[in-house]
Design a binder for this molecule. Structure first.
Ligand code: SAH
Length: 235
């Protein structure tokens, strides 16, 4: 015998007729929004393909698909999707490039790059974030990204030169090692500016060994720190 329940024997659901949007719908809406600022069809296709929610498991689905940065611990954020789109577009990827990213964070930007480039090396200064990004990328079967723990100010000299370099934390000035590790004809895209002041998104192209700078507008990024950060008590 089943225990008697005190509630009504059958529930009748009188739904409002409002359906929750699916993850695909949420992502499509986000990409439509990003398309106001990003023209490149291939960049939009990559953003339609990569499930951003897989990189921010601590946030709800709806929040994961809002066009805003989100905290991922250690005082850092996954960037706003529109900014990810703008930076990726600025790299002008054709599919053959070797890309270096500084500031792995959640791994989301690296996943978007992985859809558009041959290979991505990404450096993260917080070991626990690097480990978490590795897991998220592996869970999606993304196998052309290597996550390195280290200080992005040094770049990755043993793997240089890179056809493209993108920095997703803001240094106060252009890191010399990164300009040296950029291939001839390549692009370096990065925000530059003080921690709490005005930061500009810049694109530098290497021509005959020197960098030619373009300003791509105002942005706000977490600072690019110097040296190793340990994980203790940082969450
Ligand atoms: N691209 C990330 C967002 C990065 S937030 C994403 O898609 O989620 C910036 C990241 O840069 C943070 O994870 C921060 O720890 C890292 N960072 C800051 N200074 C760094 C440095 N010197 N070297 C490598 N990573 C750095």
């Amino acid at each position: 015998m089943d225990a008697a329940l005190l509630c009504a024997p059958t529930f009748q659901y009188r739904g409002t007729g409002v359906m929750m949007p699916s993850v695909d719908e949420l992502r499509e809406r986000l990409v439509e929004h990003v398309a106001r600022s990003v023209r490149s069809e291939s960049v939009l296709a990559a953003m339609r393909h990569v499930p951003r929610h897989a990189f921010v498991p601590e946030h709800g689905l709806e929040v994961a698909y809002e066009d805003r940065p989100l905290g991922i611990g250690w005082d850092v954020t996954i960037s706003q999707p529109t900014v990810v789109g703008r930076m990726t577009e600025a790299l002008q990827l054709s599919g053959t490039e070797r890309v270096l990213e500084v500031g792995t964070g959640s791994g989301y930007q690296a996943a978007v790059l992985a859809c558009l480039a041959r290979h991505v090396d990404t450096i993260e200064v917080v070991p626990a974030l690097a480990a978490r990004a590795r897991l998220a990328l592996a869970a999606l079967g993304i196998d052309n990204v290597d996550v390195h723990v280290g200080d992005g100010w040094d770049g990755l000299p043993s793997l240089a030169p890179f056809d493209r370099i993108v920095v997703t934390a803001a240094p106060e000035r252009l890191p010399v090692a990164l300009s040296q590790q950029l291939a001839e004809g390549g692009f370096l895209v990065l925000p530059i500016g003080p921690r709490d002041g005005i930061q500009r998104l810049e694109r530098h192209r290497k021509r005959a060994g020197s960098l030619v700078r373009e300003d791509l507008g105002g942005v706000r990024f977490v600072p690019m720190v110097h040296g190793e950060r340990n994980d203790r008590g940082a969450r």
